[in-house]
Design a protein around this ligand. Structure first.
Ligand code: N01
Length: 543
């Protein structure tokens, strides 16, 4: 057998398992592997734990899944002792929670902070992975668990003139820990996804003037965030064991507090359905609102009715009719993109210090010394904030330059789109496991619980390999084809595949258009994964 990696004279540090990333999934993997007595190290690019919630510390950042559910389930004492202050936890609290978990379980001693992996090479002579870091270290292990997140690699548009611009620039996903002072400044915000929508009211509150540059408007609904009711918290804590089980039987691993109608929108008269939508608008946050009817996510006609209802809400909130019309999404179905939730987003456009610029009709063409130039105007800005999203789902894996059996690069294997089985493994890269990888439910499900579940599956697989003395093991292209067929079959029934968004890679110039996550629901997903393990990994091979 040949060695696919280059000659390397760095002294390797040996472990049984290398975990990459100290976000919620990576920390859980580290914790369980330590409990199993395995030699494990966790490599983390940042200086602290929390992953997404470490990096995305822009003002207004908060989760859109309710806090009692968006938390670890693996330890009863942990879930009883931790208290959330709000229904939807803000970033500082999520980061504090991650730190609490790291301290409580003594995880820091096995995490190497400030350690960015930039090389992953399978050594075919030894059936092990060589993991190289930007600081020149080398780690060797039989197994690698890449818990590198779905939204890690920031996307910044490649406009000419960026080096000339004299003002401050920030990407929301690399927000400075010391914070940013907007007071009195002319701030430009580019991007109106979930991030831009959360940030807009915060910027407007202190900026001298805020200009929001919008290419595609988004559907955003009131978040209904509020202080956590102690009675609600007590009830959850009393029933945690049962609810954590129930949640695994739901489509998106979230229990909805307001049950959906379970009826078609066409079962109602026009007047009745207006009433149903009005009540839903006033009581349900975005993720619940779009489940008000059974057919709005699959039937375009049903979807159009719901979308028009939300557009009319926008028209009712925003005073200036031209601005209101620009803020109304009209080019894709509601729910096709991730639904956004906000605290006063549309209302912000009624402020005197806020303006909206449509960069769909007049695109940004360059950055200048003073600001930005669109095809029809120049905008002078003291600060530009990029809320321009991510090279999602595949970016964080590819950034580590994985090279598998026969020296094949993952970048080449995935050139036409990612190929995986369950988003957990990819052919030709044995003993390499991904958490929330492409082809898994990822952001379409509650990620902390699914992360725990996937890590459990991975650890079960590693146990199987050790018990059966299999040193090299992975998925095949045939299994990948089967999984791709399943991913595509369930995708075809949804609005996601028909909508341009980061879900299909449409936000990154040149990225292949593929729906990157599994939309068939967690139960169907987990059944398949469990069956594969129960049946002894039929179709997997020593590669
Ligand atoms: O990123 P996005 P995000 N010129 O890709 C625009 C999660 N999240 O960070 O739509 C002009 O959605 C781009 O325009 P367009 C959540 O899963 C969750 O906001 O491509 N504009 C778009 O408006 C979410 O879906 C929470 O036309 C450009 C924006 O930048 C995911 O993260 C909070 C441009 C990018 O939007 C990503 O959200 C925050 C260009 N050249 C995030 N390039 C919660 O839990 C890009 N844009 C609530």
């Amino acid at each position: 057998m040949s060695t696919s990696g280059p000659a390397d004279d760095r002294t390797p540090q040996r472990f049984d398992v290398v975990v990459i990333g100290a976000g919620f999934s990576g920390m859980y993997a580290l914790h369980r592997l330590r409990r199993q007595g395995r030699r494990v190290v966790c490599l983390e690019a940042g200086d602290g734990v929390g992953g997404t919630w470490y990096w995305n510390r822009y003002p207004g950042a908060r989760v859109d899944i309710e806090s009692m559910q968006y938390s670890y389930s693996f330890d009863e004492a942990l879930q009883q002792e931790w208290s959330w202050s709000e229904h939807f936890a803000p970033q500082p609290e999520l980061e504090a929670y991650a730190n609490h978990v790291a301290d409580r379980f003594g995880l820091r001693e096995d995490i190497r902070f400030g350690t960015r992996v930039d090389e992953l090479t399978f050594d075919e002579t030894a059936d092990e992975w060589r993991v190289g870091t930007a600081s020149g270290e080398c780690f060797v292990a039989a197994y690698v668990i890449a818990a590198t997140g779905s939204l890690d690699v920031s996307h910044v548009p490649d406009w000419p003139g960026s080096e000339r611009y004299q003002g401050e620039t920030y990407h929301t996903s690399r927000w400075p820990k010391e914070g940013v002072d907007f007071a009195g400044k002319r701030v430009g915000l580019i991007g109106t996804g979930s991030t831009g929508i959360q940030l807009t009211p915060e910027l407007a509150a202190s900026a001298g003037h805020l200009t929001v540059f919008q290419r595609t408007p988004n559907f955003s609904l009131p978040s209904f965030n509020r202080e956590l009711d102690p009675e609600y918290e007590r009830d959850w804590k009393e029933h945690y064991a049962q609810r954590r089980k129930e949640v695994l039987a739901t489509h998106g691993v979230v229990l909805m507090s307001n049950a959906s109608e379970q009826r078609s929108i066409f079962d109602y008269t026009e007047a009745e359905r207006e009433g149903v939508m009005e009540r839903a608008w006033n009581a349900r946050n975005g993720l619940e609102f779009i489940r008000t009817f059974t057919d709005t996510s699959s039937d375009p006609e049903a979807n159009a009715i719901l979308a028009e209802f939300v557009r009319n809400k926008i028209r009712g909130i925003v005073h200036d009719p031209e601005t209101a019309e620009l803020l109304c999404p009209k080019t894709y179905p509601i729910g096709g993109k991730r639904i956004c939730v906000d605290s006063g987003y549309y209302q912000t456009f009624n402020r005197d210090n806020v303006s909206l610029v449509d960069v769909r009709s007049h695109p940004i063409v360059e950055m200048t010394e003073q600001g930005l130039r669109t095809s029809d105007a120049e905008h002078e800005l003291d600060m530009i904030v990029f809320a321009t999203g991510f090279d999602a789902m595949t970016g964080s894996m590819l950034k580590m330059n994985p090279t598998g059996v026969g020296g094949v690069r993952l970048a080449d294997r995935w050139a036409d789109g990612p190929r995986t089985v369950f988003g957990l493994t990819t052919a030709g890269f044995p003993n390499l496991f991904m958490v929330h990888g492409p082809g898994s439910p990822s952001v379409l499900a509650q990620m902390i619980t699914v992360g725990e579940w996937q890590v459990d599956w991975i650890l079960r697989t590693i146990d199987f390999l050790q018990e059966n003395q299999i040193s090299r093991f992975g998925t095949t292209t045939e299994l990948e084809d089967e999984w791709a067929a399943e991913v595509e079959a369930v995708a075809a029934r949804t609005m996601h595949a028909r909508t341009d968004s980061w879900y299909v890679g449409a936000n990154i110039p040149g990225k292949p258009r593929v729906l990157l996550m599994y939309v068939g629901g967690f139960q169907r997903y987990s059944d398949r994964c469990t069956r594969a393990a129960d049946e002894g990994y039929v179709g997997y091979v020593a590669q």
